[in-house]
Design a protein around this ligand. Structure first.
Ligand code: COA
Length: 226
C-alpha cells in the first residue's frame, strides 16, 4: 500500500471509519498530497514538522475520503486543545498509529464520537496500569492470568482515550483516566460510567473495542443524558 493512500473504509455502529496508510519512516509529504487538503488544512499541516505533519495529513486525508462518501462538504479545523473541529452538524475524531491514520465521521444528531488506534508493536507496558485503571478496574485485571493482563490494560487505555475524545466537546477540559469506569459487557462492548472529578454535564457514554488488522480499534460515543 502506497503512502497517503486510502487503506480501507469501514462502517461502525457510530459512524464511517476511513484508514489512510502513512509513512513509518521520516518522510516529506509530497506537494500533490498536500494539494488534496482544503487550504485551511494545508496551512495547518505546514505549521507542523516531521512525523507530526505526516500523521496530521493522514488524518485529514482520511476525513476527506469519509466526508466524500457521506456527501459532507467542509473543513476539519483545529481547536484550542488540538481537537478536530468538525463542520456544523457533524462529529469527527482522528487517531494515528504509524503506518495508519484513521478518521471516524458521523452526523452530530446522535452525539459526539471518539476513536483511538493502539497496538501494532506488541510491547507490554504494564507500568501504565495504575495511571489508566481505577482501583476496581485494576482488581479485575489482577485476577486474570499474566498473558491476559496487558491486553486488558491496553483495551482499557484505548477505550478511555476514545472516551476522552468523545466527551471533550461537552466538557472542554482535560479529563483524567480515573474519571471513567469501564467494564466489558462481551462482544467487544463496554459499559461506561463517568466519575467526574469536577462538576460536569450528565452524559450517556457507550464504547467498544474491535480488531483492526494488526491494531486494536476503540470507539466511543457521548450524548447528554435526558
Ligand atoms: C488527546 C489524546 C487522547 C490523543 O491521543 P493519542 O493516543 O496521543 O493520539 P492519537 O493519534 O490517538 O490522536 C491524535 C488526535 O487526537 C485529536 N485530539 C487531540 N486533542 C483532542 C481533544 N482534546 N479532544 C478530542 N480529540 C483530540 C486530534 O485530532 C489528534 O490528531 P490531529 O492532530 O492529527 O488532528 C491523548 O494525548 C491524551 O491527552 N490523553 C489523556 C487524556 C485521556 O485520554 N483521558 C481519559 C479520560 S477517560
Amino acid at each position: 500500500m502506497a503512502n497517503f493512500e486510502v487503506a480501507f473504509e469501514r462502517r461502525l455502529p457510530v459512524g464511517l471509519l476511513v484508514g489512510v496508510h502513512i509513512p513509518s519512516e521520516r518522510d516529506e509529504v509530497p506537494a500533490d498530497v498536500l494539494a488534496q487538503l482544503a487550504p485551511e488544512e494545508r496551512a495547518a499541516a505546514l505549521e507542523l514538522e516531521g512525523f507530526r505533519r505526516t500523521d496530521f495529513v493522514g488524518g485529514r486525508l482520511a476525513f476527506r475520503r469519509a466526508a466524500g462518501s457521506l456527501g459532507l462538504d467542509g473543513v476539519l479545523g483545529v481547536g484550542a486543545r488540538g481537537e478536530p473541529v468538525a463542520p456544523p452538524g457533524w462529529t469527527v475524531s482522528v487517531s494515528h498509529k504509524r503506518p495508519l491514520a484513521v478518521a471516524l465521521v458521523a452526523a452530530a444528531a446522535d452525539g459526539s464520537i471518539g476513536v483511538d488506534v493502539e497496538g501494532g508493536d506488541g510491547r507490554a507496558r504494564m507500568s501504565i496500569a495504575e495511571r489508566v485503571l481505577r482501583p476496581e478496574e485494576l482488581d479485575v485485571v489482577q485476577r486474570l492470568t499474566e498473558p491476559e493482563q496487558w491486553p486488558a490494560v491496553q483495551r482499557t487505555f484505548a477505550l478511555k482515550e476514545a472516551i476522552y475524545k468523545a466527551v471533550h466537546p461537552y466538557v472542554r477540559r482535560y479529563v483524567g483516566f480515573h474519571e471513567a469506569r469501564v467494564q466489558p459487557l462481551g462482544d467487544g462492548r463496554f459499559e461506561v460510567e463517568m466519575c467526574w472529578a469536577e462538576a460536569s454535564p450528565a452524559l450517556l457514554v457507550e464504547g467498544a473495542i474491535e480488531p483492526l488488522g494488526e491494531f486494536l480499534l476503540a470507539w466511543a460515543r457521548a450524548r447528554p443524558a435526558r
